[in-house]
Design a protein around this ligand. Structure first.
Ligand code: PBG
Length: 327
């Protein structure tokens, strides 16, 4: 059918027609809200580079979680700022570590909320790298056992899903084996399968106090130029036992999200990272962009590219808009 028989504008004429024929929808139940957990009491520290994001003490988590559930959000991902850091990141698997206590608090007070934990060492090591350092290099194999201990400690505290973000080779298999050995056979692994070496993580490093003290993460995170390698990374993680795959960041990697959607049948997550959030907030604060529309447009783009689950600092704001029947 060609013009004038076919007129594309017929279905765009009214808001209801557009809504009726819309191909992609956002669901607050598939948005995951990141939480930064700090020591202390009754604390809510704003993160300067991420307006609207706060570091929260454990006693404030329950109220936050209730608010999320009321908005239809089903899951959070936790990042911890520990009281102490050391060479091997041992506070990451401490029985009474910040994340372990946060998980317990959340599962005790809002049990229906899915608690995902970021499994990594960068917030817990005094050098800020995601693994164990030997001779000034992040040693892959020495890191695996530590990561497995972290994952098991999270499962023991009650985590619903563990999400390794370190980018060591072989970590999904190591974590799966360790979980199974401790009888956590039903704890899924959401693997940061395709995580790029990205400058978009900048604001997160302030929020999580996790910037590397020397060098950078280019020797373990992926080169942004690579797409075939993304398939290779995801294939390995599937073979090692990943239950959910993730692409990170999101907006500059929509082609990768679409490719993974085509090639794999596992649930696919995308992480709209701190820098993606900060850019929109900064431009909106200057009056240069319409914040709500740009937020919704980026999130719908990520969904349209093929992501089922979106991890985003906009989760609450987007859920509020959806509840009002907008977008
Ligand atoms: C930990 C981790 C990072 C992010 C999630 N997990 C930082 C990094 O890899 O440097 C980034 C999230 C964001 O920027 O919002 N390794």
């Amino acid at each position: 059918m060609l013009f004038p028989e076919y007129r594309a504008r017929r279905l765009r004429r009214t808001a209801t027609l557009r809504a009726l024929t819309r191909e992609t929808r956002l669901d607050p139940g598939q948005l995951v809200y990141p939480l930064f957990v700090i020591e202390g009491k009754n604390s809510r520290h704003p993160v300067a580079s991420m307006p609207g994001v706060y570091q929260l003490s454990i006693d404030t988590l329950a109220a936050e979680a209730r608010q999320l559930v009321a908005l239809g959000i089903r899951a959070v991902i936790l990042f911890g700022l520990p009281a102490t850091k050391d060479h091997s990141g041992s506070s990451a698997h401490a029985k009474n570590g910040i994340i372990q206590r946060a998980i317990k608090e959340l599962k005790n007070t809002v049990p229906e909320l899915v608690v995902i934990t970021d499994v990594c060492l960068c917030e817990y090591t005094d050098h800020g790298h995601c693994g164990f350092i030997i001779d000034n290099e992040v040693d892959n194999d020495a890191t695996l056992e530590i990561l497995a201990r972290v994952a098991v400690s999270h499962a023991r505290a009650g985590a619903d899903i563990v999400a390794p973000s370190d980018m060591m080779d072989g970590r999904v298999a190591e974590i799966r084996a360790a979980l199974d050995e401790e009888n956590f056979v039903n704890v899924p692994i959401m693997s940061y399968a395709v995580k790029y070496y990205s400058a978009f993580y900048g604001p997160f490093r302030e929020a999580a106090d996790s910037a590397p003290r020397f060098g950078d993460r280019a020797s373990y995170q992926m080169d942004p130029a690579n797409s075939r390698e993304a398939i290779r990374e995801a294939t390995l993680d599937v073979e090692e036992g990943a239950d959910i795959l993730m692409v990170k960041p999101a907006l500059a990697y929509l082609d990768i999200i679409a490719r993974l959607r085509d090639e794999f049948d596992l649930p696919l997550a995308a992480y709209q990272v701190s820098g993606e959030y900060a850019m929109i907030k900064a431009a909106a604060a200057n009056g240069w962009l319409d914040e709500e529309r740009v937020m919704a447009e980026t999130l719908i783009g990520i969904k349209r590219a093929g992501a089922d689950i979106i991890i985003t600092y906009f989760a609450k704001q987007m859920a509020q808009l959806l509840a009002k029947g907008q977008f």
